[in-house]
Design a protein around this ligand. Sequence first.
Ligand SMILES: O=c1ccn([C@@H]2O[C@H](COP(=O)(O)OP(=O)(O)O[C@H]3O[C@H](CO)[C@H](O)[C@H](O)[C@H]3O)[C@@H](O)[C@H]2O)c(=O)[nH]1
Length: 313
Amino acid sequence: MENIVVTGGAGFIGSHVVNELIEKNMGPIVIDNLSSGKIENLDPRALFYQQDITDLEMMERVFMLHKPRYVFHLAAQISVSQSVKDPIEDARINILGTLNLLNLSVKYGVEKFIFSSTGGAIYGDDVSEIPTSEKEFPKPFSPYGIAKFSVENYLRFYSEQYGLKYVALRYANVYGERQDPHGEAGVVAIFSKRMLANDEVIIFGDGENVRDYVYAGDVAHANVLAMEKVENEVINIGTGIGTSVNELFALLKEITGYQKEPVYADPRPGDLRKSILKWDKAKELMGWEPTVKLEDGLVKTVEFFRTEMGASE
Ligand SMILES: O=c1ccn([C@@H]2O[C@H](COP(=O)(O)OP(=O)(O)O[C@H]3O[C@H](CO)[C@H](O)[C@H](O)[C@H]3O)[C@@H](O)[C@H]2O)c(=O)[nH]1
């Protein structure tokens, strides 16, 4: 069996990638420091190292031992607002941690490096077209987006200099089972959990900010297709469909049976007004398309939180 490393495999999106690989009988080796990932997220059939990507010595041991053919890199400092508060820490993990993995990938002969980048945080607000394609030159507005774009540039360098093949996937707003609703996580997880607990739901601003919500299972599938079908490309992964926070609230209200009205609060500083991604390139190059409609994905997500909350009562 080919060895495949998934960093961040105990995290939200990473655990979906792990599941998809296991379904395909490609049991992966997971590296995760459990800073935001959880052991419960992880399929027990995956081989697990609780290690930090910034620890070069430990990373080298894993690479030396397993000589992976493919690396899916999803471990990251995931909070945009945290990156604004502490750009150095964000860069330490998201840039320097990634460079550790890139150096080791070259040294130990990794065939392809599949990187989780961002669509929402990379293009910024001032775009020439919405839905936005990969042709748009990135103008990231946060240290988080700057770090992701830096890594994309390093990937190009490593491929030209050392022949390391790569794919960078720029995700829209990913939602689904196992998203962590605490702190800075995505709006779908936050709203779902609050509605199920009958807590207040807060909408920042007027609720007309628009996002492109893509289901985590579809994102996981895009990762596996990227491994199999393309090289040295940057590819958007989204649905091309925009949904406002007010619309999202209404959909989740219906699904959960929530009775309260939302509480409108001040706009969140730095929030984009509108972000929607074109996904034609993903279709063209690797035959990917979003398969789970938002309504259906929300039902699955709410079901997950309902079960999880029931289990912890
Ligand atoms: O309690 C909340 C939480 C969010 N929102 C609104 O919901 C929309 C989406 O916010 P998210 O925090 O879910 O996501 P962002 O669009 O800010 O996206 C950022 O946060 C995401 C977290 O899932 C990803 O990291 C993504 O890459 C990054 O750009 C925004 O208009 C936000 O103001 C609310 O109204 N109430």
